[in-house]
Design a protein around this ligand. Structure first.
Ligand code: NAD
Ligand code: ZN
Length: 405
């Protein structure tokens, strides 16, 4: 038996934020990030819509990018005091993910972060509050997914919380919020969305229900990501829908080892001054993983189907896989994303000497590989790597060398 779970309601299209006016409840907490939603007026709008609906509204501000366990605990304490019956998270993946974890802790104050990370092991939520997610980036699709990614900075590791309990009740996919994204964010979140759709399509948990969403998302992203990056606002709006479709695909169809590696490399070099941004990590690792997974016959066929839908060249599946890899690498070039960690600058742009020194990478390689194997996304990857293969794959991601194993 498989399960396909989505929010009860998805409000989409320009002006969808106004759906907040129809919510019923006494108290709503709005969770936001570092300031972009306030700066562009969306926070005030959301607050006034909820007040129009007759609710008392408080704002929990300042959720950082790649949110920490500490922020989650602070937000949950805020909620315990205010006792909201609606949690409305507005922003990119970071504030929405943090708010999901706060929600768990608010409903079950005795829960530890460790408890939350038990995959599909959460208790029943919605005894205190319902959850609405309003996304402002076009990538993570956390507004429709059963996941939340929280970083444990002591360990330098991102942990996924995964359970359909944290699939939001309501998702608001209003493209107006995405129009203010700077180019770099468009590039990174767009490549994240493409990775979600491709990984979900070849995942061992795929189904007809998730395939339909994944393929349509891939077609839309192929058409719209580069124009969106080049400030075409119609394409930007379309990308906001595409990333949500990719989210619907991977929330039930799951992901693969591109994400396992991105989760385990993202924060692990933070002591060298930067993060490898989630979407950029995916963009660099995706071509390597396609080559690795294509050694599995079923996965190879499915990459071939993707290439067919994209009208890429190839007389057989091997050629189609090569075309798909070439296409992804071409996108990275157009979006100013490097091809490997070695060339990943602290500002995320390609550079001769990236911020992760070779000797540090090699020193940490074995631990990173072991952690990536344990990541929740590894189980549904079409080909199960050994520790040795994972290390080799990570090396290819560092040096941009060919995957021939
Ligand atoms: N839950 C999931 O299913 C899932 C999936 C993939 C990634 N993630 C996680 O999500 C996080 C990344 O989220 P993200 O890529 O959306 O970025 P983000 O939420 O970290 O935001 C990045 C920056 O963009 C700014 N910003 C957001 N929206 C904006 C807008 N419309 N205009 C201008 N600035 C804006 C923010 O203020 C912030 O400074 C990572 O922690 C990643 O691991 C979660
Ligand atoms: Zn992702």
């Amino acid at each position: 038996m498989q399960r396909f779970t989505n929010p009860r309601d998805i409000y989409h299209g320009k002006g969808a934020l106004e759906a907040l006016k129809t919510f019923e409840g006494k108290r709503a907490v709005i969770c936001v990030g570092g300031g972009s939603m306030k700066r562009f007026g969306f926070l005030d709008k959301a607050k006034s819509y909820l007040e129009e609906a007759g609710m008392e509204v408080k704002v929990f501000e300042g959720i950082e990018s790649d949110p920490s366990v500490e922020t989650v605990m602070k937000g949950a304490a805020f909620m315990q005091e205010f006792e909201p019956d609606w949690i409305v998270a507005i922003g990119g993946g970071s504030p929405i993910d943090a708010a999901k974890a706060m929600w768990i802790k608010y409903e079950y104050p005795e829960t530890t972060f460790e408890d939350m990370c038990k995959i599909f092991g959460l208790p029943k939520l919605r005894t205190k509050a319902h959850f609405c997610a309003v996304s402002s980036t076009s990538g993570t699709a956390t507004e429709v997914t059963a996941f939340s990614i929280i970083t444990d900075y002591e360990k330098g590791i991102k942990f996924p919380i995964a359970d359909f309990e944290i699939t939001p009740d309501v998702a608001i996919v209003d493209p107006e919020l995405a129009e203010t994204m700077p180019k770099k964010l468009v590039a990174h979140t767009g490549m994240d969305a493409l990775t979600h759709a491709i990984e979900a399509y070849v995942s061992t948990a795929n189904s007809e229900f998730t395939d339909a969403d994944a393929i349509h998302a891939i077609e839309m992203i192929q058409k719209d990501l580069v124009p969106s990056y080049n400030e075409d606002m119609e394409a930007r709006d379309s990308m906001h829908t595409a990333q949500c479709l990719a989210g619907i695909a991977f929330s039930s169809g799951l992901l693969g080892i591109v994400h396992s590696m991105a989760h385990k490399t993202g924060a692990v070099f933070a002591d060298y001054g930067a993060h490898i941004i989630h979407g950029a990590a995916n963009a660099m690792y995706l071509p390597k993983v396609i080559a690795f997974n294509a050694k599995d016959e079923t996965a190879k066929k499915r990459y071939g189907v993707i290439a067919d839908y994209m009208n890429l060249e190839g007389a057989n599946d091997d050629e189609k896989v090569a075309s798909l890899i070439k296409f992804v690498r071409g996108l990275n070039d157009q979006l100013n994303i490097p091809h490997c960690i070695k060339n990943y600058g602290a500002d995320s742009y390609p550079t001769e000497q990236g911020f992760v020194p070779e000797e540090v990478f090699l020193e940490r390689l074995s631990d990173i590989a072991a952690n990536a194997l344990l990541d929740a996304c590894t189980g549904s990857n079409p080909r199960q790597p050994s520790q040795e293969e994972m290390e080799k794959l990570l090396k290819c991601c560092y040096y941009d060398t060919e995957v021939d194993f």
